[in-house]
Each structure stands twice: as structure tokens, then as C-alpha cells.
Design a protein around this ligand. Structure first.
Ligand code: SF4
Length: 694
């Protein structure tokens, strides 16, 4: 039996996996890939269960009565399903215009599919209405990195550099739970004496192993960073030569952080002044040093500015572009990096080009064989599009690929209402997710080990996803579905269902852009265990480390950006006295649509738990495992309590992998960051009470 080397279907680490056909199913084991080096987490070890799961969608489904969404879904042929979709698209565009049909993509799509989806919406639908769930994930850090560096590659260095750093500041990041095999790099550094400082309102598994845990009030990470920079300046720890030679805009930042003196920052954040001084001294003097942020710092109504504050700190200390040193953001979704490079974002074209840039429009239109004037201008961001579904001027027919927005969007009950208001909802998935259960047409799609393609991991390493077995007979790939639908809409000649052909076109479309894949071929990916972008030609080695010489900005300098603390959009008050923050558990992934169906993972975490400090629990008469109701201004959700003295007494935490009564996103605040349009997932005000079983 021939083994196939491919990659885990879940997170952005993209661990290497070897699949061997062993009748009646495949045998899965870790591959010796340079990222995971033989390691896998529980999700990866059990990923083969998805392939022949009894819940697998095996045929298209349509509503028994097309006019009644409460009628049951029944199996249908692809012809019938596509016919319903084409009829609805034509009808909607005739009545309401081209933008009334839209798509919502996902950071789990391969590069080929993300590219094809962006092109499908602009070329086949001629619509501006497209965005994707990465807007809820990476958009703030990406916006900040683009402002500072002129480029957004989550980690601008390989993971192996993390092991060589002597000091690492991790802000709102919990890799010990989110991507356990990545801890081997932090562990290796620690074994050599490195010191890790974790910033998190909870004593997470990552914080437990750290040298120091800073525990700020959620929503004050920016003040913390500005306070660290204030101290660095006052104590003469900034790198004046680096600032002079490699950056611009520092004086405005110097003036801004002057107001963040330590006693004030301690009052704002709750982090003791002594720990602020120690942190900045370690970052400045115990190098090489790194600052890594993740969603805890970024998913706020000021998430872009918060990430920017840590970028400012890294630049002022002269960390960026030096060996085993710098600033990075830890991407979460499997293809969160590639998914934001190839055009499924409302404002973007392939190669990380701007849709409103005339030169970019001309280049991409030429590759696509259309007139640049045919390309729509940028549409609405993810939540702004969802918020207006089914309304005048909003999207009326929505195609959803690789996303379970009924669980993962903020203010999820409102989003569910909006999904119900659509004229037609089409969902492509492998299981009947909470979103698919609302759909008029459900399309069964091929999954990770059943199709070819490429992914780009959190380091910017482009890798091959390989097909180990064929999909079930009535299951199609999303590339096939888009090509078929484009054909029925009279634009079939622009689309291929073959991943290699799509990738070859993607290479041409990305050539000369920020995320330049022109020199990357399937053959190179096979031979080299992945290639780091940018890679402008086939004889270029790829770029594992960025910024050693200069930055891709007009003057070659990194840019400081002045940022100020602003209170979160929603603060606790008498009615809703606590801060709710959300995040991951080790055994679940994203909305849980896949992992909640895997027996071993469900046994480990059969239900979500809300994490409470014992003092807070006592105040409300709550004991461990009691059923608890959380209420926010938008809704309510129920969880069993887990008492943990490691969380701040003014903060509660709940995971976001569940829907229905356990949907924490029924509570979260859809207030958007003004730069990235990222919702404020990480802070909202809640009330808490013990409740009885029904
Ligand atoms: Fe899969 Fe991520 Fe776990 Fe690796 S760390 S096995 S990529 S879920």
C-alpha cells in the first residue's frame, strides 16, 4: 500500500501527516515534516475519523418545498441543486443588481479554492459581495503589519527561530492548547535558559510553563505595550541607531507613550509596575528577543492599534529583522495565511493586492482575460455584509464555503436571523453544520485527504496538500462546483476544476505582488518540503526570513504608528458587571463542526465550561459543575462552571466551539475595529447566575 504525505486538516501549523490505505479505512501517523517534527495533537491524530464519518454529507440536499425553509431537506441530484442556485442568482441579480449575490469564504480553503472563489464572485457573478471568516481572525494583526512593514506574513521567520530566542513575550497567545506541537520550539528555548513572559487574563497552559505571567484586564493590552515602551525610553533601553537607520515616525510615538507612566499603566491594566520593568529589561537586554501576538490581543474594537503598539515596541527595541528576533502574529486557521492573500477578502486581489489599486486591477484583469473596468470595487466586510443579509441593498443570495457563521460570527443570534431572511442560502460543507442546517441548498464537498491543493502555514511556508483517496461518488470539490456553476452562468471558460491549473494561474496573478508565488511549483513543493513566499522566480530560494536588509515600504523603512488606548466598546456596568472573554480548548477546532463529531475529542471535552474565579463563583452561590447562565445585551448562553483561581476575578472565559444553548457568540459584541473591521470578540459585558436544569 502506498502512503501519502499530506497535512492536518485543522490549524495553521499544518503538521505533516502520513496516510496509508488500510482497508476499510486509512491509517494516520505523523510525518517527519520540518514544522511538527513527528508531533501531532489529539485533533491531528484523530483526523482520519472525518473521512468516513457517519454524518458525512454524501449527496446534495434541497428543501422539499423550495418556498418553505421549514420544510425538510431531502437528497437531490447535482443538476437539481445547481438549477435552484442558478435560478435564484439570475432572479436576484435581475431584480436587485449584481451585488445582491455574494459569497462568504473561509481560512480553511486551499490557496486554489480561495483564489477561485474571489475570481468566481468578481468574474462569474460580477459582484462586489465577498468576504470571509479570516476577517474575524487575522485582520487586525494583518492591518497593523501592513502599516508597519508594508507586508503581512504572520511569522516573518521560521518557527525554528523561536527556539533560539532568549526572551519571548507572548501576548494573548496560548499555543500549548491551540497548537501543542509548536510548544517544542518554546520548550527547546526554555531548556537552554530562555525566559518566556505570557500576557493573558487567564493562567493558561502556556502561562503555567512561562517564566512570568502578566494578567491584564481584557482590553488593556495596548496600554500595557505603550507602558513598556514608555519604560524602555525612560531607562535608555531603546535602540537609537536602529530607529534612526531603519524606521520612520518614532517621534510621534515617543510623544504618545510619554503619558503611559508605570503607575498609571498598573492602574489601567492591573499588572504590577515591577513586572513591567522586568519585562522591558528582559526584552531589551536578554536577546535575541521576540514579541508574538495572537487573537487575545487582536480581536478587539481597537485590535489593529493594539497589535500596532507591540510592533512599535519591537521596532523601538531594534528587534525586527535581526536573527532569532522580531515581531510575529500566530495565525490560527489552517490556511489563515494563504486565505488572506489570494482575493477572497472584500478589498483584495491575488498576490495581496488592493482591489482599488489601478495597477493591480490591470495586472489581475489581464491574467483573467477581462477588462479591468469589469472588476467591481471593494465590497463590505464580513460582519457588515452579514448584518444586512436579506435587506434592501444587502445580499439576497449567499454562497457559504468552509465557514460555520451561525456559530462563529459575533452576535450569532442576529446573524442566524439574517441568514433566515435570505432568498437563498447555499452552504458547501462536509457535515450538516449549524449554518448548513439553515440552508436552502447544501452541497457535499470533498475534504482534506480527497483533493489536491496548496496551503500556506503560519510561517508563510507554502505546502502541498495531497489526495490520498477519492471522495465519495456524489461528492464534488469546491473547484468543481464553482466551475460547474460558472458554466451555467455563461462564464465557464474562465474557470478550471483542476487544482494544478488553478495554481498555475494563481502564480501568474500573484507575480509582482506582495505575496508573490510566481516561482513556486507543485514540483518544488514536493522536493523542498515547502517554499516560503515571496518567491518571485523558479530559481529563487524563497524567503524564510524577512526584513534583514530593508522593509517593503516606499522608503525601505519600517513605520511607527502612534496609537492610544481606548476603552473597549462595551464596559461592565451594574447590570452586566463582568468581562467575558472567549477562546479555544485543546480538543476542539473553530466552530467545532468537525471536531465535535470525533469520539475521542468529544469524550475529552463533552461540553463547554465557563471558567470562573472561585471568589466570583462564591459571590453568586455557584459551585464547580453547576449550570450557569451568562447574559449579555445581545443574548444568553448556558455552561457548566469550572472554578479556576488562575483567572482574574472580574473576568469569565468560555470557549467558542459550540452552538445552540452553548453558543458563546450569542453574547459577543459585533462592534468593529475601525481599521480592520474585526469584531470585538474578546471583550463584552455579561451577568452571571446559577440556573437549574430544565
Ligand atoms: Fe493539526 Fe494543528 Fe494539531 Fe498540528 S497542531 S495536529 S496542524 S490541529
Amino acid at each position: 500500500m502506498t502512503a501519502t504525505e499530506t497535512h492536518c486538516p485543522y490549524c495553521a501549523l499544518q503538521c505533516g501527516i502520513r496516510l496509508t490505505p488500510v482497508i476499510p479505512r486509512v491509517q494516520l501517523e505523523p510525518a517527519d515534516f520540518p514544522v511538527n517534527r513527528g508531533g501531532l495533537c489529539a485533533k491531528g491524530w484523530t483526523a482520519a475519523e472525518l473521512l468516513d464519518h457517519r454524518d458525512r454529507l454524501l449527496t446534495p440536499l434541497v428543501r422539499e418545498d423550495p418556498a418553505d425553509r421549514r420544510s425538510p431537506l431531502r437528497p437531490a441530484t447535482w443538476d437539481e441543486a445547481l438549477d435552484r442556485i442558478v435560478t435564484a442568482i439570475r432572479d436576484s441579480q435581475r431584480r436587485y443588481g449584481p451585488d445582491s449575490v455574494g459569497a462568504f469564504g473561509g481560512g480553511g480553503l486551499t490557496n486554489e479554492k480561495a483564489y477561485a472563489l474571489g475570481k468566481f464572485v468578481r468574474v462569474a457573478l460580477r459582484s462586489a459581495s465577498i468576504d470571509y471568516n479570516g476577517r474575524f481572525c487575522m485582520s487586525s494583526a494583518a492591518t497593523a503589519a501592513n502599516r508597519a512593514f508594508g507586508i503581512d506574513r504572520g511569522l516573518p521567520f521560521p518557527l525554528e527561530d523561536v527556539a533560539r530566542a532568549r526572551t519571548v513575550l507572548l501576548v494573548g497567545a496560548n499555543p500549548a492548547d491551540a497548537m501543542p506541537p509548536s510548544m517544542q520550539y518554546l520548550d527547546a528555548g526554555r531548556a537552554e535558559g530562555a525566559r518566556h513572559i505570557v500576557v493573558d487574563p487567564r493562567l493558561t497552559a502556556t502561562a503555567k510553563g512561562a517564566y512570568r505571567h502578566l494578567q491584564p484586564l481584557p482590553g488593556t493590552d495596548l496600554a500595557l505595550a505603550n507602558g513598556l515602551l514608555h519604560l524602555a525610553i525612560r531607562e535608555g533601553l531603546i535602540d537609537e541607531d536602529y530607529i534612526r537607520d531603519r524606521t520612520s515616525g518614532f517621534e510621534a510615538v515617543r510623544a504618545a507613550v510619554n503619558a503611559y507612566w508605570p503607575a498609571r499603566v498598573e492602574r489601567m491594566t492591573g499588572v504590577p509596575e515591577a513586572h513591567l520593568r522586568e519585562t522591558v529589561r528582559l526584552l531589551a537586554t536578554e536577546g535575541p528577543a521576540m514579541i508574538l501576538t495572537a487573537r487575545g490581543a487582536e480581536q478587539h474594537s481597537n485590535g489593529t492599534d493594539t497589535a500596532q503598539a507591540y510592533l512599535n515596541l519591537a521596532l523601538a527595541l531594534g528587534l525586527v529583522g535581526r536573527p532569532y528576533s522580531g515581531y510575529g502574529t500566530i495565525t490560527g486557521q489552517g490556511n489563515g495565511q494563504g486565505g488572506r492573500e489570494h482575493g477572497q477578502k472584500a478589498d483584495q486581489l491575488p498576490g495581496y493586492r488592493r482591489l482599488d489599486d489601478p495597477a493591480a486591477r490591470e495586472h489581475v484583469a489581464k491574467v483573467w482575460g477581462i477588462d479591468p473596468a469589469e472588476l467591481p470595487m471593494p465590497g463590505k466586510s464580513a460582519y457588515e455584509m452579514l448584518d444586512r443579509l436579506g435587506t434592501d441593498g444587502g445580499v439576497r443570495v449567499l454562497l457559504v464555503l468552509a465557514s460555520n457563521i451561525a456559530v462563529s460570527a459575533p452576535h450569532a443570534t442576529h446573524v442566524i436571523d439574517r441568514l433566515r431572511a435570505l432568498d437563498l442560502l447555499v452552504v458547501s460543507d462536509i457535515f450538516l453544520s449549524e449554518t448548513a442546517a439553515l440552508a436552502d441548498v447544501v452541497l457535499p464537498t470533498a475534504q482534506w485527504a480527497e483533493e489536491e491543493g496548496t496551503m500556506t502555514n503560519l510561517e508563510g511556508r507554502v505546502i502541498r496538500r495531497r489526495r490520498a483517496l477519492p471522495p465519495p461518488p456524489e461528492v464534488r470539490t469546491d473547484l468543481r462546483f464553482m466551475a460547474d456553476l460558472a458554466g451555467l452562468l455563461g462564464r465557464g471558460e474562465f474557470f478550471s476544476a483542476e487544482p494544478r491549473e488553478v495554481f498555475e494561474e494563481l502564480r501568474r496573478a500573484s507575480a509582482g505582488g506582495i505575496a508573490d508565488y510566481a516561482g513556486i511549483t507543485y514540483e518544488r513543493l514536493d522536493a523542498e518540503q515547502g517554499v516560503f513566499w515571496p518567491c518571485p522566480s523558479e530559481d529563487h530560494p524563497g524567503t524564510p526570513r524577512l526584513f534583514a536588509e530593508d522593509f517593503p515600504t516606499p522608503g525601505g523603512r519600517a513605520r511607527f504608528v502612534r496609537v492610544e488606548h481606548r476603552d473597549p466598546h462595551e464596559l461592565p456596568d451594574r447590570q452586566f458587571p463582568y468581562v467575558l472573554t472567549t477562546g479555544r480548548t485543546m480538543q476542539q477546532y473553530q466552530s467545532g463542526n468537525q471536531t465535535r463529531r470525533v469520539a475521542a475529542l468529544t469524550m475529552a471535552t463533552p461540553e463547554p465550561r465557563v471558567e470562573l474565579h472561585p471568589d466570583l463563583a462564591r459571590r453568586h452561590g455557584i459551585a464547580d459543575s453547576d449550570l450557569v447562565e451568562l447574559r449579555s445585551r445581545r443574548g444568553r448562553a448556558f455552561f457548566r462552571a469550572r472554578l479556576d483561581p488562575g483567572i482574574r476575578p472580574d473576568t469569565v472565559f468560555a470557549p467558542f466551539h459550540w452552538g445552540g444553548d452553548n453558543a458563546v457568540n450569542a453574547l459577543t459584541d459585533p462592534a468593529l475595529d475601525r481599521h480592520s473591521r474585526m469584531p470585538a470578540f474578546k471583550v463584552c459585558a455579561v451577568a452571571i447566575s446559577r440556573t437549574e436544569e430544565e
